[in-house]
Ligand binder design. Structure first.
Ligand SMILES: C[S@@+](CC[C@H](N)C(=O)[O-])C[C@H]1O[C@@H](n2cnc3c(N)ncnc32)[C@H](O)[C@@H]1O
Length: 392
């Protein structure tokens, strides 16, 4: 029998919360009710926190059913796999590699997908299978194809979908390649993020198709792009909301080791020293990281912590030519900067920051993306002609 705690928190309370927040729209409500998240979330989970990249310790449904249930019906992501399955312990692994996405994000993205009856949909990143189940309920399972790179995750999701009476095509493969055999599609939805939109996705859709995918530059910051593909194979559209997805396996940011900079720039003795009034803390905002990352596409950063919440923000370029650092100390108004190598990376970052300020501190929804797929793309502000400057 369900305990009191189990009755209090559940699909109804979560639905109300999502409706109030405007993310669960009336057209998706019957689907939300018919395809419960608890049917898809596995026994072992690491509950996450809304808007934070943090996970709690493992919760087993068999040992702590009330905690498990609470996590499933909280509007937060749930990690379901670490390190491509290598870590299964009670703590946390190094990198989360599969999850049940935050319900707010799931329904915001489904809303952006604007599905119509009969649409053929390709989902990239099957994960638990919940999103596929939602699509099957709305469109019919014969219209849904989902691709998952991890064979054991795909098998488990397929089992859960079958148990819920859905039999979409669950493909084991690299979703970056799409799935040509069932193309052309009317809609593509990716539930793992990319650094560029694969040209295969654009090649596998009808003109007028909608692609919804989280997209983010190397530096950080990420948002969900809603792109419409035209007759000439150009995908274009705005970002609809901020996001923080795990990367598509092949789009992971495998960045150079910072120790490699030792060979190319004196470390750290030969650096040019200066001061800045721009706080390293300010440029850690998600939207600012996005605005900086778009303008300086080969920039990446690291942080080393000191005492009393002070830290050093390190900047590097992926071509391993230059580095910079800025030291944050709480309560200070000026911060020490060091820059070495042919590029002045802190100055590039500052220029990107001031550009963003001059544009009126735009949020994600003022930015848009145009691409034919692959590494060539343009990011614009407000309208496709108004390109965001690329500084390198
Ligand atoms: C955030 S989870 C997906 C959540 C899922 N849609 C759900 O409803 O539970 C991202 C998934 O993408 C998968 N993935 C990562 N790289 C992939 C790739 N190249 N092709 C297909 N799936 C990939 C991961 O294994 C993971 O299961």
């Amino acid at each position: 029998m369900a305990s009191e705690a189990m009755v209090e928190i559940g699909p109804d309370t979560l639905a109300r919360q999502l409706i109030d927040a405007g993310t669960l729209t009336s057209d998706w409500l019957p689907t939300f009710k018919s395809v419960p998240r608890d049917h898809f979330v596995p026994d072992a989970i690491w509950p996450g926190r809304a808007g934070m990249n943090r996970q709690d310790d493992r919760v087993l449904r068999s040992e702590a059913p009330e905690l498990w249930w609470k996590a499933v019906y909280t509007d937060a992501p749930i990690t379901t796999q670490w390190d491509d399955g290598a870590y299964t312990g009670a703590g946390r692994g190094r990198r989360p590699t599969s999850s049940s996405s935050m319900p707010t994000m799931v329904f915001s993205m489904l809303d952006a997908l604007s599905v119509k009856p009969g649409n053929q949909v390709l989902e990239i990143g099957t994960g638990t299978g919940w999103n596929s189940g939602l699509l099957c309920h709305r469109l019919g399972d014969q219209n849904v194809v989902t691709v998952e790179v991890d064979a054991s995750i795909a098998a488990e999701a397929r089992g859960r979908l079958f148990a819920a009476d859905y039999a979409p095509e669950v493909v084991i493969g690299d979703g970056a390649l799409g799935y040509g055999r069932r193309s052309p599609y009317d809609r593509i939805i990716a539930t793992a993020s990319v650094g560029n939109i694969p040209s295969q996705w654009i090649g596998q859709v009808h003109p007028g198709a909608v692609i919804v995918s989280p997209w983010g530059p190397v530096y950080g910051g990420e948002a969900v792009a809603r792109l419409v593909v035209d007759e000439d194979g150009v995908a274009q559209g705005q970002f609809v909301c901020s996001s923080s997805f795990m990367r598509l396996r092949q789009h992971r940011k495998d960045l150079p080791l910072t120790s490699r900079f030792l060979d190319t720039a004196a470390w750290p003795l030969n650096a040019a020293r200066s001061k800045t009034v721009l706080s390293p803390e300010v440029v850690g905002d998600w939207i600012l990281m996005f605005a900086i990352g778009v303008q300086v596409p080969d920039l990446f950063c690291r942080v080393t912590w000191g005492e009393d919440d002070s830290y050093r923000l390190w900047l590097f370029d992926t071509r391993v030519t230059s580095w910079a650092s800025a030291d944050y100390v709480a309560g200070e108004e000026e911060f020490d900067v060091a820059q070495a190598g042919p590029r002045k990376l802190w100055e590039e970052l500052e220029a990107a920051y001031w550009w963003w300020r001059e544009q009126g501190r735009p949020d994600f929804d003022r930015f848009g993306l145009t691409t034919r797929g692959g590494p060539a793309y343009e990011v614009w502000l407000d309208a496709p002609g108004n390109l965001v400057p690329v500084r390198r």
